[in-house]
Design a protein around this ligand. Structure first.
Ligand code: GTQ
Length: 351
C-alpha cells in the first residue's frame, strides 16, 4: 500500500488557508478513518469486577440520597473511549444501579432504549407502561424508547441491576432527551402481561399485533430462560445460546441492541466467531474464563468472569469462553450491537 502525503508535507500557509475556510485535506487522514482490512476499534477489552463495584455502589448509597441522584448508577466506562464518554462500546452504555429498601426512582421516559439485568436482591420492581415487573436475579426487563418506567423497592436488602442502554448512539445522533412524568397506575389485566407470552410459539390472540413496532413482552423471567437453556443442554448441546426476541415478530427484543443467554456446560468451552459488533458479557451464575483473538494471531487472556462480573470486547475478534468448573454449568448474559449493524447493512462475521 502506498504511503499517502502527510499534513506536514504541505506548506503551513496552505494548511492555515484551508483551516480559515473550515477545510481539511483528506489524504493525511484517509488511512486512519478507513484502515486496511479491519477497523481499529477504540473499544478496549475491559473487565469490571463486581467485587470492586459493589462496595463503591453501597458507598454511593450512603453518600448520595436517591432524591439527589434520581438514578443511582455507577457507569462502567471503557477506558479506550475515555471515561467521561460513558461508553462501554460504540453504541452500548453499561451502568450498575443501586436501589435501597423503601427508595423510589421516579417515572420518566427517554429516547434511548434500556434493559435491566438483575444482579442481586429481592423486593424491587420496575413498572413499565403500567406493567409491574418484579426484579429477580437474572431477569431481563425492557424499557424500550419512549415507554414510561419507574423503579421501587419493598424488600429488606439492597437491590442491584445492570443497565444496558443504546445511549452512546442516541446521544451521538443528538436525539437523546428525557421527560419526567407522574407515578404510573398499575395495569391489572393479567393478559396484558409479559407472562402471557412465556410459552414459546403461543401468543395471546386478543392482543396479537403482527408486524408492529410494539413491545408485547417486557419481562423475561430468568426461571424460564434457565429452563430453556437447560432443556437445550439436556438434548445434547454442550453449549446453548438463546436470543431474547419479540415473541410476536420473532425479531430481536429491541431495535438496536441484541440480548442473549448462553449456557456453557461443566468443563466445556465455546468460541463465538468474530463479528463486526462489540460484545458485552455478564456472569449470571457460575464463572467463565474469557480470551479473545484476531484471525491468525495468538490468543489474549482477559481473565476470569466471576459471578456478577461484566466484560466488554471490541468487534472483529473471536471470543473464547471456558467454564473452569467441572461440576456446574455457567450462565452468561450477552449484549451486542448486531441488530443495528444488520439494519445498517454493516453486519459481518468472520471465521
Ligand atoms: O433506570 O431509567 O443507567 O434513565 C441511565 C439512565 C438508568 C433508568 C441508567 C436511566 C436509567
Amino acid at each position: 500500500m502506498t504511503d499517502l502525503g502527510r499534513l506536514d508535507d504541505l506548506p503551513q500557509a496552505y494548511v492555515d488557508a484551508l483551516r480559515a475556510h473550515n477545510l481539511l485535506p483528506l489524504w493525511p487522514s484517509l488511512r486512519a478513518v478507513m484502515p486496511a482490512d479491519r477497523p481499529s476499534p477504540r473499544t478496549a477489552a475491559t473487565l469490571w469486577r463486581y467485587s470492586d463495584i459493589r462496595p463503591l455502589l453501597i458507598e454511593a448509597g450512603r453518600l448520595t440520597p436517591i432524591e439527589k441522584a434520581e438514578r443511582r448508577v455507577l457507569v462502567l466506562a471503557n477506558p479506550g473511549h475515555g471515561l467521561d464518554r460513558m461508553q462501554a462500546s460504540p453504541s452500548m452504555y453499561l451502568g450498575m444501579q443501586l436501589l435501597l429498601p423503601g427508595e423510589w426512582a421516579p417515572a420518566h421516559r427517554h429516547t434511548p432504549n434500556a434493559v435491566r439485568m438483575v444482579v442481586e436482591g429481592d423486593g424491587a420492581y420496575t413498572t413499565v407502561e403500567g406493567e409491574r415487573c418484579e426484579m429477580k436475579r437474572g431477569d431481563l426487563i425492557l424499557t424500550p424508547t419512549g415507554l414510561w418506567h419507574e423503579h421501587g423497592h419493598e424488600g429488606k436488602a439492597p437491590v442491584v441491576w445492570l443497565d444496558v442502554l443504546d445511549l452512546p448512539l442516541v446521544y451521538y445522533l443528538e436525539t437523546s432527551y428525557h421527560e419526567a412524568g407522574p407515578t404510573q397506575v398499575a395495569n391489572k389485566n393479567p393478559l396484558r402481561r409479559s407472562s402471557a407470552y412465556h410459552a414459546s410459539g403461543l401468543a395471546p390472540t386478543k392482543y396479537l399485533k403482527r408486524h408492529t413496532s410494539q413491545y408485547p413482552m417486557l419481562h423475561y423471567a430468568y426461571e424460564k430462560t434457565r429452563q430453556s437453556l437447560d432443556r437445550l443442554a439436556s438434548q445434547g448441546e454442550a453449549n446453548a445460546l438463546l436470543t431474547f426476541i419479540n415473541p410476536e415478530t420473532g425479531s430481536d427484543a429491541l431495535q438496536m441492541l441484541g440480548f442473549y443467554a448462553l449456557r456453557i456446560g461443566p468443563g466445556q468451552h465455546c468460541r463465538l466467531p468474530a463479528q463486526s459488533s462489540a460484545m458485552v458479557m455478564h456472569a449470571i451464575e457460575g464463572c467463565c474464563d474469557v480470551g479473545w483473538s484476531i484471525a491468525g494471531q495468538s490468543e489474549t487472556n482477559l481473565g476470569r468472569l466471576d459471578l456478577a462480573d461484566t466484560a466488554c470486547l471490541p468487534g472483529y475478534v473471536s471470543i473464547h469462553l471456558s467454564n473452569p468448573n467441572a461440576d456446574e454449568a455457567c450462565y452468561l448474559f450477552l449484549a451486542d450491537e448486531s441488530p443495528l449493524h444488520r439494519k445498517l447493512g454493516l453486519h459481518e462475521t468472520r471465521a
